[in-house]
Write a protein that binds this ligand. Sequence first.
Ligand SMILES: Nc1ncnc2c1ncn2[C@@H]1O[C@H](COP(=O)(O)OP(=O)(O)OP(=O)(O)O)[C@@H](O)[C@H]1O
Length: 655
Amino acid sequence: MSFLLDGFITEFFALTSTSQHPFSATSGGSVNSTLSTNSKSIHGIEGLSDENVWYAPAVQSMVAMLILSTIPRIISTIYGWIHPGIYNYIVEKLYVSVIINQDESIYFQIGQYVAEQEELARSKKLRHVQGIAKDNESSRYPRNYFDEEQSTPTPQISLLPRTGSLQIVWHNGQKIWVRREIRKVENGESLGNGLKGLNLDLSSLLQRSQECFNIRSIIQDWLDSIYSRDYNKLTVYQCMRIHYGDYGWKRISNKEMRRYGSVVLRENQKEEILGDVQKFLGSSKKYAMRGIPYRHAVILHGPPGTGKTSFIKGLAEKLKLNIAYISLVASLDDDGFLSMLTRVPANSVIVMEDFDRSHITKDAQESERNGGSGLSGIPRITEAGLLNALDGINTPEGSLIFLTCNNLDKIGRAVKRPGRVDQIYYLTYADNYQIREMFWRFFGKGKQTTDPEARKDNPELQKIANVFLSHIQSLNQNLTTATLQKFFLEYEKEKEIEYWKQKKEQGISKDSSSGSVSINTKDLKENDEKKQHVDHNEQEKEKKEEEEDEYKSIEIDLNLLMDKDYVINLFEKIQMETGVEEKMMEEIAKRKAKEQKKKGKEQRKKEKEEEKDDTEDTEEDTEEDTAVKSDVADTNDVGAPSPPASPLPNGVTSL
Ligand SMILES: Nc1ncnc2c1ncn2[C@@H]1O[C@H](COP(=O)(O)OP(=O)(O)OP(=O)(O)O)[C@@H](O)[C@H]1O
């Protein structure tokens, strides 16, 4: 009922107010003329001038369309008051509607499209909206470390229609009503506002012989437009609980893909995994012929920060796949798990991370003791559920599954056996090849980042890379690629800080030397306030653009990377900050203690030498004094004996 009332009110305002007509957002000018002609066209067209006559039929048909689309709603609303049965009958006969539940993977795309149309239209009709935070990527760079405002960008707010509000979206001249509404459970009761079970109810006036196929093709157009715009971006889905007992795939981000080339594994390892996956993706017929379930599971294991997640993202970019994360530690039971696998968004690689930390350990009893498998009341995936998933019982044809873990020993043999898991790869600490590649990817220019031949053109950087590598080797420590990345970022940051510091100093001295132009506040006040505001905004924009260009062109001085002490100290600082594994911390502590001891020894040695020098000086002084005294004595008391030489060793003074 309220749905139709809203529709009626919307139509009423659309007819009575030209500025609020949905067309006004896209073609404001033409709408005014259209509607001002309405009254004339209804009573005839005699009032129209010759040059306007040509569009009269169009105006008439538009008005007729508007009336036609409104009248059924008005009638159905009135009848709805009189008799719900009649209301239902009219709705049933005159409208088509499609409901998309929140647990459908396209729910978010359709919701996004509709919200964007609303934002585009900036409809003045929307009065009560939902405010959500919008991530403002562009405000993050350039990073001038002295500009505090810049480093803490203000969050941006975006307005969306509220749950329950009615939106109108025009598609090729056809009007679609869209409403987000709280989902009704099966017995017809609403779940209440606290729960986020939502439907998108899209309805449209029934058009002859098109029925729901028309609205289906409209929704398909919307989806196509969203997908074509976001093509080349990685869509990441996460399996989430939508409301009690119900799970869905939620799109959590739509990012630029991580480039496959930006991930550095051991020499040829990346190509090996890629080749294996490509071979699988191109072998559907072979699998079918042999009657083998067409699915492929890969385990990536190794210490944290060796690039397991990064590699999967890079692989997804390379193969143009989306990523669907499913957490094995979430409160998800076997039924939920398997049903989610059947609904995995198309063209996705399924990723189950931190497998060894899940409740599915190699010892099922241990798992139960730890509260797994539902004994603690929290629904859990059981080992049997996981084995079924890996066997491909519920997974769609062509499923590609990646499992990641730090400790492979914690995974039961049943899981690892051939047929369930097809390949196992170990990603470990960075070797010389990876250190070198990471270095060039960070500091090389153009082709040098990936092409060893091109690096020969930069012997200076090659020298720095070699010396840097030898410093790392002298550390004699296992370093992950994540630690190396952090090192380079920290180094860059330090150098940038130095750069901005210098810039700031130069800026101040430049201003003071040139006797910067002082602003006459009186003159400013006389200026038009609006103009000032515009000028200020433009200046800010220009300044930002200049800084952005400058940021891109900052030349980082890499010579410090050849300083062994600097490199070792920065690594230790990073390792301390990032809380590396205990063993590494122990090693650092040991080395620190050793260094401290060495320094203490050197200090004592130095002190001893200084004291020795002092004693020698004292002795010399004493001798000199004695000589002076004896001279004096010679002069004053000729014949007095000289004092005996001290029997104490050097540096010990006699009391
Ligand atoms: N081999 C690598 N090549 C490029 N970048 C890497 C590599 N390994 C780690 N990194 C960087 O380190 C960070 C952490 O890496 P990532 O999350 O992929 O590690 P992980 O092995 O999945 O760790 P965990 O086991 O804790 O999940 C990322 O920012 C990534 O850019």
